[in-house]
Design a protein around this ligand. Structure first.
Ligand code: PMP
Length: 402
């Protein structure tokens, strides 16, 4: 049996997505590709719950490129930004901003914790008093290195109330954790194809609010050409209008798969066009609930085994992965033993704490497959040196919640 890929991305994908991505690559001007691209962009607005005036962008690349595109199109040298630090990927965002010669302040919390929203409010107020206000707040929705979930709704609200742009890295969250881009007033929500969207790696996916588009229009220092919204906007608009266009060759097999993957998330039949905002809300509510259910089931299994998570409390625990502390007497060698049981999980990623925990992804297609989740629980149990009996008990704890 092929091992299951249960790391926090890339992950298992559905047969329909795999089929859509396989075969001879379509040309970027093929009518079928143009149709799939337009449909994918319209479906992104629904998965992002971002409203009709928002602008989706699909570019070949990984999540890191999506982060870079967000930074380069909203910020320029001399601007000020506030970064909420919840782990390794927030640190990467701060690094990118510094390389754009942006002045960065960071609100941080110890490993496994999240800063309070009130600390963000105070930092914003202080900067205003100093007459050097922040232009934007950067948040990692789920920091994959710690499994910490940020209160994106509250943080986007604080940003909006204070006139800051809010830019949220949803690489380990989009399409799984509740995020209502329009209702919450977020300005950029970005992800990559290989996580909860359910595709192979290879696409950077972003949606911009009208305010974010205006921020690009006002920049005096343009982004590098390949990352510039000004270069890409006419292309995205052409695809939505069903017109051929070219700026840089898209990953055509992945575009075809994207339309299919987003359709699965929305419960759409075939190439059906999105059926309006209410239908999108219904579909996304079901999608968020699915991930909550899967996460609670996995946590019940970990609790049955007496395992502790990295996130300090439930309200900041992601639903897309479990970051699990090694129990006493178990070290990083457990990851290889779990893999030997036929399920691939990931080690820790936080530079200072990576020897203390491991990570199990349960998002996207995996969250829809109870059998995959139960197989994972068994492999983890045995890999940690526990018995088949304990594995069955942990599986039963999860199964009752699935
Ligand atoms: N942000 C977060 C929250 C991530 O989890 C990741 C990848 N694990 C990235 C950014 C970077 O994405 P990529 O590895 O696709 O460049």
């Amino acid at each position: 049996e092929r091992p299951l890929l249960m790391i926090p991305g890339p992950i298992e994908i559905s047969d329909a997505v795999r089929q859509a991505a396989s075969g001879p690559p379509p040309g970027h001007l093929a009518p079928s590709l143009i149709a799939a691209f337009g449909l994918a962009l319209r479906r992104m607005r629904h998965v992002w719950l971002s409203g009709a005036s928002s602008q989706p962008l699909v570019v070949s690349g990984s999540g890191t490129l999506a982060m870079e595109i967000a930074v380069l199109n909203t910020m320029q040298p001399g601007d000020r930004a506030l970064v909420l630090h919840t782990g390794y990927f927030s640190a990467r965002m701060a690094d990118m901003l510094a390389r754009r010669s942006v002045n960065v302040d960071v609100v941080r919390a110890p490993f496994g914790q999240a800063p309070e929203t009130s600390e963000v409010e105070s930092a914003i107020a202080r900067a205003k008093e100093e007459k050097r206000p922040f232009k934007a707040l950067f948040v990692t929705h789920v920091d994959t290195s710690t499994g910490v979930l940020a209160d994106a709704r509250a943080l986007c609200g604080v940003a909006r109330a204070n006139g800051l742009l809010s830019i949220v890295d949803g690489v380990c969250a989009t399409g799984a954790e509740r995020f209502e881009m329009e209702a919450w007033g977020a300005d950029v929500y970005l992800t990559a194809s290989q996580k909860a969207i359910g595709l192979p790696p290879g696409l950077a996916l972003l949606v911009f609010s009208e305010r974010a588009l205006q921020a690009r229009a006002r920049l005096e220092v343009a982004p590098p050409l390949s990352a510039d919204l000004d270069a890409w906007l006419p292309i995205m608009r052409a695809y939505e209008a069903g017109q051929p266009s070219y700026f840089a060759t898209p990953a055509t097999p992945l575009i075809a798969a994207l339309a299919v993957g987003l359709g699965e998330i929305l419960g759409a039949e075939g190439a059906a066009e999105p059926a309006g905002a209410e239908a999108a809300e219904r579909a996304m509510n079901a999608r968020f609930a699915l991930h909550e259910r899967a996460a609670k089931a996995m946590r019940a299994a970990w609790a049955a085994l007496g395992l502790a998570l990295v996130p300090a409390r439930e309200s900041i625990t992601a639903h897309t992965l479990s970051a699990i502390q090694y129990p006493a007497g178990v070290d990083v060698s457990a990851v290889a033993r779990i893999t030997a049981q036929g399920v691939i999980v990931a080690g820790g990623l936080d530079p200072e704490n990576k020897a203390k925990y491991f990570r199990v992804g349960h998002m996207g297609y995996s969250a829809t497959q109870p059998a995959h989740l139960l197989r994972t629980i068994r492999a983890v149990t045995l890999g940690l040196g526990r018995s088949e009996d304990e594995a069955r008990t942990a599986q039963r704890a999860a199964e009752s919640l699935l």
